[in-house]
Design a protein around this ligand. Structure first.
Ligand code: ATP
Length: 793
């Protein structure tokens, strides 16, 4: 037995050595290319000065990029080279339906009658492609069509692949290899020797690793059904559904990298990834750089999508479910339309005896504090006073607002009608019968009056330039809101909505909730953009070198900065990816839709995890945002995150939340069942802390403690002393995240939080990769084993 083990070990060492040799060749070649690239850079610079810069060939461009990233690859990424496939002789030229080499079958003569065969070709797969000095591929980019069999081949449909190998390496060192045999029935030879097979496959090894606070890419172990989505052609809308842990987020990000590789020019328009929370943005932001892609992709939380939200992180507070439901509903669109016009008029100020409650600019030097809309305009023209009274002003306003143009853009028209009305009352009218003289007089009247301070002050107060925040703040006035929401919201809804907006002061500064952001974005469209000076793009000294500018990273930017810059530079994208799409409210769909009017889309989600109370309304809004674009649908069916023991427990909640909906199949089992702990001695904090501490000792990675939203702050306090591996999360913040172990605190509290509570609980229960503890309080009605009512059979 020992002799056998030793033989296996020596075979493993030998095969590791074989891959080490290959990796050495790759690095050697990369170094050569860096030298070449540096020379080319200098040379291109020199030639640019004599006026014939010339573009770099795509090949050199790629290697140039490779060179630039080499140091980072060395230091940051564990596996620059990660895969290898050994192939039988193939029938050339046959491609699958999507253009990748999916169906390249072996040649009829590839396998001899006695079941033996020779390996005809070996391909190494990595994060970027590297060519040998005679253009033979040393490493193939994982996104190239030739790499597709690495992902698509299965023992059931092996194609030409005999052996698929995952190579684990760190920097320049190969650490080990894991093989999957795709054609076990064959005896295959490579260079005259029998093809060795090492280990039990790479997927399980990857899934068993401890989790950190950032997501890893899955480039070495993408599964066939996932690969189909990643490489699906980017026509119109690609919809991907699948239960928790099926890799939807991972697949969406790899798809972004694939699309950029496949058609960089087309996606120069940028790819937007919309994520539900800033936590998920932070969790996923390292994935694309690890795949060699930076800069073209903006990952934004839905609460940070609009420029109207302050800061890149945007809004992070949540409204209580009843308010969120109002703010997210498409009914808000009608309320906002009314508000965007109604907010032009400030409510009357408290009565002031000296002026009879009326403000007439021109008489009063100072506008009253707290802003009041003036109801009389008085100017001096041709030596006399000309005045417009309240009812005339009202008529003019009504007239201007008749169309549907954005309110801020109607200001010039309002100004024009005011001048018309003043002219009609002035002594200038009718003074000349000669049309030319009359026109001249009119034009000098306009010029004089419209530059007079009283007129300008009046206009600013009577037709102010409205900002989205200011209109939102105006909606905090219940009386006004109820006018704007008449027959749209009921009185209770008006009260709740107004109360929630009281956080903002009169010009709208103050903390925003996630749902406020979509309202602001809608208002931005309804009001029309106030004029803002354009930001100047910094000129890069290399810009004049044709072809080089897009290859040179200008300077290291963080993902946040990049996202902000992209958002500032463009409001529309070439491709929009929506993660956790089931959670977008109708108002959020409108906001996201505006950023992809001409885009292709990838939408990933799971209806069973929706925290929106009215999924039908959201689905209708999504359809409206996507218009009549054709859709291609995919379903992912395997849960890579949860062990079967946890998935089974979560399935009980799924059955309550969405009867008849199928759970994905868990790919592994750990033999560790979820634990149930009732609160001990009424001490919730102590019980949770103890469970978190116990789990910390059992797993190498992270522990997440999920509580109802209104216990968030409290829970952070409970866990303070336990260090950085433990995180406390509100139920809605747990979306998309995962931990080695989780503690779910009071299922009943989470389920009762909102109409979608059971689905939110389903999300909470599906976050752990290894262990789960459920802590239940009295409200959970635990049985004698501590199992809460909701989780019993
Ligand atoms: N092919 C794969 N190889 C290795 N790990 C994988 C693979 N597919 C998915 N995973 C892992 O499974 C976990 C779940 O993936 P991901 O978060 O993308 O799933 P999801 O479908 O978005 O889940 P949820 O709907 O719960 O947010 C991640 O840790 C991911 O790295």
């Amino acid at each position: 037995m020992a002799a056998q083990d030793a033989a296996v070990e020596s075979l493993r060492d030998r095969e590791t050595g074989v891959e080490q040799e290959h990796l050495d060749r790759v690095y050697h070649r990369l170094e050569e290319k860096i030298d070449e690239a540096e020379f080319l850079m200098r040379d291109a610079g020199r030639r640019a000065q004599v006026g014939t810069p010339g573009a770099l060939a795509e090949r050199d461009a790629q290697v140039f990029r490779a060179g630039i990233h080499l140091n980072r690859l060395n230091s940051e990424f564990e596996d620059f080279l990660f895969g290898r496939i050994d192939l039988l002789l193939g029938k050339d030229g046959e491609r699958g339906p999507d253009g990748a080499y999916t169906s390249v079958e072996p040649d009829d003569d590839a396998v001899r009658e006695d079941g033996t065969a020779d390996i005809a070709e070996t391909l190494h797969i990595g994060r970027i492609g590297v060519l040998d000095s005679d253009y033979a591929p040393l490493v193939i980019d994982w996104r190239a069509p030739a790499a597709a069999p690495f992902y698509r081949s299965t023992p059931k449909a092996p194609g030409r692949v005999v052996r698929r190998r995952v190579i684990r390496s760190k920097g320049r060192r190969v650490l080990g290899v894991e093989d999957d045999l795709m054609r076990p029935e064959l005896t295959a030879y490579l260079g005259g020797e029998k093809l060795p097979v090492i280990g039990d496959g790479a997927l399980m090894a990857a899934l068993g690793q401890a989790r950190s606070h950032t997501m890893r890419d899955i480039v070495a172990s993408i599964q066939a059904e996932q690969d189909l989505v990643i490489r699906a052609p980017a026509a119109s809308v690609t919809e991907v559904s699948g239960g928790p842990g099926t890799g939807k987020t991972a697949v969406a990000l790899h798809r972004a990298a694939y699309l950029l590789y496949q058609d960089r020019r087309r996606y120069a328009g940028g790819i937007l990834v919309v994520s539900p929370t800033p936590l998920l943005v932070a969790y996923t932001e390292g994935v694309l750089p690890s795949l060699g892609e930076e800069g073209q992709v903006a990952i934004r939380a839905v609460g940070a999508l609009s420029d109207e939200a302050a800061g890149v992180e945007g809004a992070t507070t949540y409204d209580e479910p009843a308010v969120a439901r109002i703010k997210g509903s498409s009914r808000m669109l009608h309320v906002l339309r009314k508000a965007s016009r109604g907010a032009l008029e400030e409510p009357a100020a408290p009565r002031n005896t000296s002026q009879g409650g009326q403000m007439a600019f021109g008489e009063a030097e100072e506008p009253a504090r707290g802003r009041t809309t003036p109801d009389r305009l008085r100017v001096v023209a041709f030596g006399g006073r000309v005045e417009l009274e309240a009812d005339e002003l009202k008529r003019i306003r009504h007239n201007v607002l008749g169309g549907s143009a954005p309110v801020n853009l109607l200001r010039p028209r309002a100004r024009k009608l005011l001048l018309d009305a003043l002219w009609n009352k002035s002594s200038g009218r009718g003074r000349y019968t000669d049309p030319e003289l009359a026109a001249e007089l009119r034009s000098s009247f306009d010029e004089d009056v419209s530059t007079e301070v009283p007129f300008l002050t009046f206009l600013d107060a009577w037709w102010p330039e409205l900002t989205p925040r200011r209109v939102l703040a105006a909606m905090a006035d219940e009386r006004r809101l109820s006018r704007w929401a008449r027959r749209i919201l009921n009185q209770g809804e008006v009260r709740r909505l107004a109360r929630s907006l009281k956080r903002l002061d009169a010009d709208g500064t103050g903390p925003l909730s996630v749902h406020d952001v979509a309202l602001l974005d809608e208002l931005h469209t309804l009001l029309g953009a106030p004029h803002r000076p354009k930001r100047k793009r910094e000129l890069d000294p290399l810009d004049h070198l044709t072809g080089l500018e897009e290859l040179m990273p200008r300077r290291e930017e963080t993902q946040w900065e990049r996202a902000e810059r992209l958002a500032a530079e463009r409001t529309e994208y070439a491709h929009v990816i929506v993660d956790e799409a089931q959670d977008l409210t109708p108002m959020q769909w409108r906001m996201v839709g505006r950023r992809g009017r001409h885009a292709t889309w990838t939408i990933v989600g799971d209806a069973a995890q929706s925290s929106w109370s009215d999924p039908d309304e959201a689905a209708a809004a999504r359809d409206e945002a996507l218009g009549s674009r054709p859709r291609r649908r995919f379903t992912l069916t395997v849960n890579y995150r949860n062990p079967a023991e946890i998935a089974e427990l979560a399935a009980k909640v799924l059955a309550l939340a969405m009867p008849g909906m199928e759970s994905p199949e868990a790919v592994r089992s750990t033999g560790v069942r979820p634990r149930f702990e009732p609160v001990r001695d009424g001490d919730l904090a102590g019980t949770v802390r103890e469970e978190a501490r116990r789990l910390l000792a059992e797993v190498d990675g992270t522990v997440g403690v999920v509580v109802a939203m209104d216990r968030r702050a409290e829970a952070r306090g409970w866990l303070e002393e336990l260090g950085e591996r433990v995180v406390a999360l509100g139920s809605l913040e747990a979306k998309g995240l995962e931990y080695d172990a989780t503690v779910v605190v009071s299922p009943a509290e989470i389920a009762d939080e909102s109409p979608a509570g059971l689905r939110v609980l389903y999300v909470a229960l599906t976050r752990a990769t290894r262990q789960l503890t459920v802590v239940s309080g009295e409200r959970d009605l635990p049985d004698e084993d501590g199992v809460p009512d909701l989780l019993r059979d």
